[in-house]
Design a protein around this ligand. Structure first.
Ligand SMILES: *[C@@H]1O[C@H](CO)[C@@H](O)[C@H](O)[C@H]1NC(C)=O
Ligand SMILES: *[C@@H]1O[C@H](CO)[C@@H](O)[C@H](O)[C@H]1NC(C)=O
Ligand SMILES: *[C@@H]1O[C@H](CO)[C@@H](O)[C@H](O)[C@H]1NC(C)=O
Ligand SMILES: *[C@@H]1O[C@H](CO)[C@@H](O)[C@H](O)[C@H]1NC(C)=O
Ligand SMILES: *[C@@H]1O[C@H](CO)[C@@H](O)[C@H](O)[C@H]1NC(C)=O
Length: 294
């Protein structure tokens, strides 16, 4: 198992063409990238919040992908369901100054629900990416069964919202860009993994908006992170809502695919993110890296 992980990491670094890790999950995630076979060992690596990979020593563990009953909190089934909770929480609470990420899965339980799908019950901690504050969260995730893929149904209760103190910053950002509709930028982060501090809120806003896509696309077989904002164009403010056209690159850790999406949405402090349109772009290559450094 250790060997598999090392080989995989070598590949990951090989494709990014740089010792700097260029795929930048904004959260703690499970990853071995190779879990199609049901008997494949399920392990998880932890990743540091911004940028660098924090690889924990993988445990020897063999588990069915569709594990039922009590789950190992560090293995894929629990991690993937918990990831859906992360995206759900961002659709509700995300902002340019608050992005919630999965910090840790404490416990997980899965069961088949007759005819409707599989239900996961989870105890997790989520962390605010900006303040680093964590909170406990209890959640249930139902992955519906059926011919047609449907989004998971998530119920989550947070003891408290990590970092509630974002109103003033949100308002200032809103006022700044409401009248000066000039935002036009590319590659957050850039090919050195760097984000201009002025642009950070727009990367966070992109993450929040991308969570709407990632939630609706999540299944028991995916584990999505936003890899990069390829570009962002601010459109004319409408009805007191800032309006943006984002092009985002999502990374599915399981298939190792980078998927391009175009996302049209509005944002204001009182209304939050409202997605107007999301479109999956045909441009989607296996093993492509977020940065084109060749
Ligand atoms: C790695 O990133 C640093 C900045 O974070 C940069 O100075 C360095 O040139 C990068 N190395 C490569 C090989 O891209
Ligand atoms: C990885 O993260 C854990 C906490 O989650 C920390 O204790 C450990 O030191 C980190 N390891 C590295 C190599 O950064
Ligand atoms: C949050 O944690 C990151 C990584 O450990 C650190 O760089 C950052 O300064 C922390 N932010 C705050 C507000 O403590
Ligand atoms: C509008 O914002 C841009 C940066 O987004 C800045 O360069 C420019 O100076 C601003 N213009 C005014 C009139 O504030
Ligand atoms: C945004 O980036 C994508 C991918 O690199 C590109 O196809 C698209 O044309 C860009 N859009 C703008 C407005 O620059």
């Amino acid at each position: 198992m250790g060997l598999t992980i090392i080989v995989f990491l070598a590949l990951l670094m090989g494709v990014t063409g740089s010792p700097n890790v260029t795929i930048r999950p904004e959260d703690a995630s499970a990853d071995d990238g190779l879990t199609h076979s049901t008997s494949f060992p399920e392990t998880s690596e932890e990743m540091e919040i911004v940028g660098q990979q924090n690889v924990s020593v993988p445990e020897e563990a063999f588990e069915d992908v569709m594990a039922t009953g009590e789950l190992n909190p560090n293995h894929y089934p629990a991690q993937r369901a918990a990831k859906a909770v992360q995206h759900y929480l961002n659709t509700r609470y995300g902002s340019p100054y608050r992005v919630l990420i999965l910090n840790r899965v404490h416990s997980g339980f899965a069961e088949d629900v007759a005819d409707s799908g599989r239900k996961y019950k989870l105890e997790i901690s989520v962390q605010d990416l900006i303040s680093n504050k964590t909170e406990k969260c209890t959640a249930e995730v139902l992955f519906p069964r059926g011919e047609q893929q449907r989004p998971p149904q998530v119920q989550a209760s947070l003891e408290e919202l990590p970092n509630t103190n974002t109103k003033a910053e949100e308002e200032a950002l809103f006022q700044k860009y409401k009248t000066n509709q000039s935002l036009l930028t590319e590659n957050l982060p850039d090919s050195y993994g760097h984000i201009d501090p002025d642009m950070e809120p727009f990367w966070h806003l992109g993450s929040t908006a991308a969570s709407f896509i990632m939630l609706s696309e999540s299944t028991e077989n995916t584990l999505y992170n936003m890899a990069q904002v390829a570009n962002v164009t601010q459109l004319e403010t409408e009805n007191d809502q800032l309006k943006f056209d984002y092009h985002v690159l999502l990374h599915d850790m399981i298939s190792q695919e980078i998927i391009h999406w175009k996302l049209l949405f509005t944002w204001s402090p009182p209304e939050g993110v409202k997605v107007l349109q999301m479109e999956k772009l045909p441009h989607s290559h296996h093993n492509e890296t977020p940065q084109n450094n060749n």
